[in-house]
Design a protein around this ligand. Structure first.
Ligand code: KG4
Ligand code: ZN
Length: 331
């Protein structure tokens, strides 16, 4: 069974053909990143217009790479939220039109679930329940995942998401957008212990996060000190370590408290090498199997949407033809 996945929640236009929910036959991603860089962040109007311009080509490309034709597609899955409303509407409208004209079922997918599901495409044997950590540009959430359609929120950020904090700190350091990879690059030349930054842990039993204080602490540090390459590298390394340590501490605590031995990470910040290395090591020390998607599947893509859509379809979920974009959809 072939699922066509469509992802347009932010600045990436993605289309993917996935066979039987597991085998990724194609995964095309076109990004409007270049057009946002000069503004230091995603401009919703630019992202929306870009999706409109390229979605047709992206879908055609994914079909071509999968050596499939539209008539071979059995199911269309699309990100319905959360995300930028204009961007989401492009994907949702396109998917609805395909579903209607091809007379195939339509499934609207929660982008955050899909991020968690991206780690499971490559490891289909994972057993529920597991703890999920979603770390993206807009969300930082810890969830208890009972089954493919039942995710219970344990905690989330009270202010900035982890990726958002990376983006904002990179901006004030003049490192450009997107901030995550830029901070990671700069941090390689720095000493993570030279300058100590600490995010708020919000109490021992709390699974909530707060990263806006650490962002402000970086800002004050910059105002009070003269910046050069070495100082920037030390700030980047200290900031990265503080955020990563906090994510690790809360995720491991959640696994222990719930008696769960599997932790699945999803979202763009999951591409961070320090997080991947340190969380894997800390998991091993605590008997917890930590699963990260490949780098490619950590960032926004449509393969995760297709795979999640297939899972929901098998669980008898169907979306109506009136499916609408839900920019504030929760996990
Ligand atoms: O999941 P994603 O691709 O899009 C959203 O759903 O938001 O995540 C994008 C976020 C951005 O904030 C970006 O700076 C961050 O992920 N990111 C990283 C890295 N690569 C991307 N953060 C830290 N380290 C990275 N290597
Ligand atoms: Zn995302």
């Amino acid at each position: 069974m072939l699922t066509l996945g469509i992802e347009t929640s932010c600045d990436e236009t993605g289309a993917s053909v996935v066979k039987d929910g597991r085998e990724i036959l194609s995964n095309t991603v076109a990004s409007s990143l270049e057009f946002h860089k000069r503004y230091g962040g995603v401009v919703p109007e630019i992202a929306t217009r870009y999706h409109v311009e390229v979605i047709d080509y992206v879908v055609k490309d994914s079909l071509k790479k999968a050596e499939a034709k539209l008539k071979d597609i059995d199911l269309v899955a699309v990100t319905r939220g959360p995300g930028l409303v204009g961007s989401l509407l492009v994907g949702v409208s396109f998917a609805k039109a395909l579903s209607y004209s091809l007379d195939i079922p339509l499934i609207g997918v929660n982008h955050l679930w899909a991020h968690l599901y991206s780690g499971l495409i490559e490891k289909p044997d994972i057993r529920f329940p597991f703890i999920g950590l979603v770390v993206s540009g807009g969300h930082t959430s810890l969830v208890f995942c009972e089954n493919a359609g039942k995710f219970k929120l344990l905690g989330q950020t009270k202010d900035d998401a982890a990726g958002e904090a990376f983006d904002k700190v990179a901006k004030v350091l003049g490192l450009g957008y997107p901030g995550g990879p830029a901070i990671e690059r700069a941090a390689r030349q720095g000493n993570p212990y030279a300058i100590k930054f600490a995010p708020a842990y919000l109490g021992e039993d709390s699974y909530d996060f707060s990263f806006s204080g650490i962002k402000t602490a970086v800002l004050y540090y910059i105002k009070a000190h003269r910046l050069n390459r070495k100082v920037i590298a030390n700030i980047a390394a200290g900031f990265q370590k503080a955020v990563v340590d906090c994510l690790i501490a809360k995720a491991i605590d959640a696994c222990k408290a719930k008696g769960v031995a599997t932790l699945v990470v999803g979202g763009g910040v999951g591409a961070n090498i320090l997080l991947r290395q340190d969380l894997t090591r800390e998991g091993r020390a605590n008997g917890i199997d930590v699963i990260f998607p490949s780098f490619e599947l950590s960032l926004d893509n449509a393969a995760m949407v297709a795979a999640m859509g297939y899972r929901l379809f098998k669980g008898r979920v169907r979306s109506r033809s009136g499916l609408s974009a839900e920019p504030n959809l929760r996990i």
